[in-house]
Design a protein around this ligand. Structure first.
Ligand code: FA5
Length: 350
């Protein structure tokens, strides 16, 4: 039996010398210490020995078992260290103290002007409303005094869904819902309606330096007793001087929109060419920025408000054009493009 023990030990040492990874080591462990392993077989064979031999041989086999167990554990540690060393050598070096040069992104120029406008109007008591981009014909046209087949619809061709809904061509589409939302507070509590509602608009039209098929507007309405054109002009002027932080040349000329009476076009002197004329202003020196007017009695009535008692103004600011003027963007299409070098240069708030 002593010979057998020596032989198993020699076999184990030679096999261990040839092991190069943890998987092979496990196979070796099973081969010697497993249920049918060589060391286990020696232990099982002890049953045939006399009590005397059992004592001495038992100790010898147990010493072998301990030796094999420790040798396996030691080899496991060694192989794990080697694997770690290899991983460290193969990983490219990097310096964790170097600042990351990631682009953290920036607000879009349209978002910037929208927020500026919102702040100005909030400070004057206006609420900021959100409204859907998909609306009904009633919201976009009929509630705004534009019946079916009215020629004014030709100015605003848009994209229709198969279910008859459409992508809103103007933020005015929210007017009726706003009147209905606040009319009770106006009538019962005497709270004037003061709301702005920025949003994305869509029109089926050819694009050029100042026209896009997808652009932003910001609508505003105020309804109360005795609201007049002077109130309208005051709010428009305040908004423009706050956004541009300087005096801007504006002109008011008559404009037709079925939902206001009288209606105006508020133009600003083109800030790209200084009023001399360029593609951004269709060579006129002026840019149509903010049509506005006194809300038509039919529109107030449709919103549940008595036009004999209340009056109001509405305006539809071209936010995308405002961003062009504010940041000197010559072509409106650059604002819908994905070139980050164009878009991220205006933000100091990244
Ligand atoms: C309207 O959309 C009216 N709803 C505005 C209004 C509201 C009038 C309330 C009276 C009372 P208009 O189609 O002119 O009007 O568009 C308003 C502004 O949106 C324009 O002055 C312009 O600044 C901007 N705009 C219109 N079409 C485009 C376009 N294709 N691309 C970029 N901006 C546009």
């Amino acid at each position: 039996m002593t010979e057998q023990i020596q032989q198993v030990k020699a076999e184990f040492e030679s096999a261990l010398a040839g092991v190069s990874d943890i998987a092979e080591l496990e196979t070796l462990r099973v081969g010697f210490l497993g249920k049918n392993g060589s060391v286990t077989a020696l232990l099982k064979g002890m049953g045939k020995l006399s009590p005397e031999e059992k004592k001495t041989m038992g100790q010898a086999v147990n010493r072998l078992k301990e030796y094999v167990t420790e040798a396996l554990a030691e080899q496991t540690r060694r192989l794990q260290e080697l694997a770690l060393q290899k991983e460290i050598e193969e990983t490219p070096e990097f310096d964790v103290s170097v600042p990351a040069s990631l682009n953290r992104g920036s607000y879009h120029p349209i978002t910037l002007v929208q927020r500026q406008c919102e702040n100005v109007f909030r400070s004057m008591g206006f609420t900021v409303e959100d409204y859907s981009e998909v609306v009904s014909d009633y919201e976009c046209f009929e509630s705004l005094n534009i019946p079916k087949f009215h020629p004014a619809r030709d100015m605003q061709d848009t994209y229709y869904l198969e279910n008859g809904q459409l992508l809103k061509s103007q933020t005015s589409a929210a007017q009726n819902a706003i009147y209905k939302k606040y009319k009770d507070a106006l009538i019962n509590e005497g709270k004037p309606i003061r709301a702005i509602f920025p949003g994305r608009c869509f029109r089926n039209e050819s694009t050029d330096a100042c026209h896009e098929n997808t652009f932003f507007q910001m609508e505003g309405v105020m309804v109360d007793k005795n609201i007049s054109i002077s109130n309208l002009i005051f709010f428009m002027k305040t908004m423009l001087s706050e956004v541009f932080q300087k005096e801007i040349n504006v002109r008011l000329r008559p404009g037709f929109f079925p939902f206001v009476e009288p209606g105006f076009e508020l133009d600003i002197s083109c800030l790209i060419c200084g009023g001399e004329g360029c593609p951004s202003c269709k060579h006129s020196g002026w840019l149509e920025l903010c049509p506005c007017g006194m809300i038509h009695p039919n529109v107030l009535r449709e919103g549940g408000i008595d036009p004999d008692e209340y009056t109001g103004f509405a305006f539809g600011l071209g936010l995308t054009r405002l961003a062009m003027m504010k940041y000197g963007v010559k072509d409106i299409r650059d604002l819908n493009g994905a070139a980050l070098t164009n878009l991220d240069q205006f933000t100091d708030d990244k």
